[in-house]
Design a protein. Structure first.
Length: 273
């Protein structure tokens, strides 16, 4: 039986900085961007990771996207890679990496994921990096470790785990986490967070205002930012999903994804002891 996701379960594990903290021990997050016409999703994820406390955040992008990304960011850094090996080199210094938001539905995304799997970074795999593995989930699972996190909506879930949703969302998410050997966040009105060891939580504070383009990219960045700070993946995903819902509900009508990162500090303030 799944737990109900609630701050009482994870509030004490939140990674608050101390007096001697500096940016490098607050965690380093990388976010992989798509090409020059597809940089917004990565920028949303990166900003969310920075807002939730990661000390150093970089967007890792193809060379032709770098001028566009750099002109749109300030505290988030930008580095360019020209090959999967180049991405691997850049990601070696990262504690966590988000890949998938507008990354591209092509074999380059497959190769980039494989390159990231050779690093020590925890991976948050979303969007295009899920869809590109439609019908070949086993290939995806081969690149994953148990700390990694998949963040599908139901459509993406069905592509990677065909037929599992017939079991119901909670059972499907648990089975998916077992098959993939990693954590699964099945997004929806009641998002299910499942761990490969059988634990699961159902989040009850989902907001209908999150039904807007880019909100999932923000969630991926939140998870990545918390994991980069050393939170266990199950707790990080639980915290991120709850913060995501609380931020959206606080804003209400008219919410767009660009609003979400700047709503995170107020939610964090309410969680601080």
């Amino acid at each position: 039986m799944a737990e109900v996701n609630d701050p009482a379960l994870w509030r004490d594990a939140l990674p608050w900085p101390g007096a001697e903290t500096h940016k490098h021990n607050r965690g380093r997050l990388g976010v992989v961007s798509g090409g020059p016409l597809n940089t917004g999703a990565a920028r949303l994820a990166a900003r969310a990771g920075l807002r939730v406390g990661a000390g150093l955040v970089k967007v890792l992008c193809p060379p032709d996207a770098a001028p566009i990304v750099a002109s749109a960011l300030e505290a988030v850094m930008v580095e360019a890679f020209a090959s999967p090996d180049g991405l691997e080199t850049l990601a070696e210094a990262m504690d966590a990496v988000v890949i998938g938001p507008a990354a591209g539905l092509n074999e380059a995304t497959v190769q980039n994921l494989a390159a990231l799997a050779r690093t020590g970074a925890v991976l948050v795999v979303d969007a295009d990096a899920l869809t590109i593995f439609k019908g070949r989930g086993v290939d995806l699972f081969a690149s994953l470790d148990r700390d990694d996190v998949l963040t599908p909506h139901e459509g993406e879930f069905e592509r990677v785990f065909p037929g599992l949703l017939a079991q119901g969302r909670e059972a499907a998410a648990r089975e998916a986490a077992t098959r993939a050997g990693c954590h699964v966040v099945l997004k929806g009105a009641e998002t299910v967070i499942a761990a490969p060891d059988g634990r699961s939580r159902v989040n009850g504070n989902g907001s209908p205002w999150l039904a807007t383009a880019g909100s999932g990219d923000v969630l991926a960045g939140l998870i990545g930012g918390l994991v980069a700070q050393g939170m266990a993946s199950f707790e990080a995903a639980s915290v991120a999903v709850w913060i995501h819902g609380a931020a959206a509900e606080a804003f209400g009508p008219g919410l767009i994804a660009e609003d979400l990162p700047d709503l995170i500090p107020a939610v964090l303030r309410g969680l601080r002891p």
